[in-house]
Write a new protein. Structure first.
Length: 272
C-alpha cells in the first residue's frame, strides 16, 4: 500500500511539474549604422513574437489545460461526469484500504495454529485467530470454535465462513463498475446534446459555417473525452482491487486445506 501511495504521489508531482519555465532571451548587439539598426529591430521583433507565444504555451500546464477544457464543456453534464469520478474513487479507496488491512501473513498464522494444536491448546489457537485480522483468521476462528462438534461440522463451518468473507471482500465492487459504465455514458449523452445544439444553431443562423457549429461540437467532444478519461482511471483502480481480492481468496482456499489437515490430525490424536 505504501508503494501504491508513493507512485500516486510521484504521478501528482510529475503532473504539477508540467508547468514550464519561461525562456530568457538575449538582446541583439548594437548596430554600426542606421540602416543596420532598422533591419535588426525588425528581425528582433519577428523573433520575440513566436518566443512570447511559445512562453504562453509553455506556462499552461496539463492540469491547467484540463481545467480550462472542463469549464468549456457543458457545466450540467460535466458536473455529472465529475460526480461519477468522485463516487467511483471513494469506493476504490475504501476497498484498497480494506483489502490491504485484510491481507495477513497466512504462513505465520498457520504455523502458530499448528503449534497450538500440537500442544492440544485449542484456546491458544483461538486467541491467535482473534488477534489476527483478515478473512483467513476469521474463517479459522469459526472452525476452531466448533472443534468439539466433529470434523464434519468443522469442514462445513469453514466453507460457510469462507463464503461470508468472500462476500465482504467483494463488497462495493458493483458500485465501482456502475461508475465505470456511467462516466462514458454521460459523456456520450453530452455528445448527443452538443450535436443537437449545433444543429439548432445552424437552423437559427441559416448557415453551416464553422463558427456557427463550433460551440456545440466543442461541447460534444469535450464531454466524451472526459467521460472516457474518468472510465479509464476508475478501471485501473478496479483492476487493482479485483486482483487484490482474488489474491486473498486464493490464500483462503489454499490455507483452508492445510487447516483441515490440522483439524484431522488433532481429531485423530484426541480420539474424537
Amino acid at each position: 500500500m505504501k508503494k501504491f501511495f508513493a507512485m500516486f504521489a510521484i504521478c501528482g508531482i510529475m503532473t504539477l511539474g508540467l508547468t514550464s519555465v519561461a525562456v530568457a532571451q538575449e538582446q541583439a548587439a548594437a548596430p554600426d549604422s542606421a540602416a543596420t539598426e532598422v533591419v535588426q529591430d525588425s528581425t528582433a521583433a519577428a523573433e520575440v513574437a513566436p518566443a512570447a507565444a511559445e512562453e504562453v504555451v509553455e506556462e499552461v500546464g496539463l492540469h491547467k489545460m484540463l481545467k480550462v477544457k472542463f469549464i468549456e464543456g457543458s457545466a450540467f453534464f460535466m458536473s455529472f461526469v465529475a460526480a461519477a469520478l468522485v463516487f467511483g474513487l471513494a469506493f476504490c479507496i475504501e476497498r484498497i484500504v480494506y483489502l490491504n488491512l485484510s491481507d495477513a501473513n497466512v504462513e505465520k498464522l498457520l504455523k502458530q495454529i499448528e503449534d497450538a494444536l500440537d500442544k492440544k491448546d485449542i484456546d491458544g489457537a483461538i486467541a491467535v485467530c482473534r488477534n489476527t485480522r483478515g478473512p483467513v483468521a476469521a474463517m479459522f476462528l469459526e472452525g476452531l470454535l466448533r472443534f468439539d462438534q466433529g470434523i464434519d461440522t468443522v469442514d462445513k463451518t469453514v466453507v460457510s465462513a469462507a463464503g461470508v468473507q468472500m462476500g465482504l471482500l467483494e463488497k462495493g465492487f458493483s458500485w465501482i463498475t456502475l461508475a465505470i459504465a456511467m462516466a462514458p455514458s454521460l459523456g456520450f449523452l453530452g455528445t448527443v446534446i452538443g450535436m443537437v445544439q449545433a444543429f439548432d444553431d445552424i437552423q437559427a443562423a441559416g448557415d453551416i459555417s464553422p463558427t456557427v457549429v463550433a460551440g456545440g461540437m466543442k461541447v460534444a467532444l469535450i464531454t466524451t473525452i472526459f467521460g472516457l478519461i474518468v472510465a479509464l482511471i476508475l478501471q485501473l483502480f478496479y483492476n487493482y482491487v479485483l486482483t487484490k481480492s482474488e489474491s486473498i481468496v486464493r490464500d483462503m482456499e489454499d490455507s483452508s486445506l492445510i487447516f483441515m489437515d490440522y483439524a484431522v490430525k488433532y481429531t485423530s490424536k484426541s480420539g474424537k
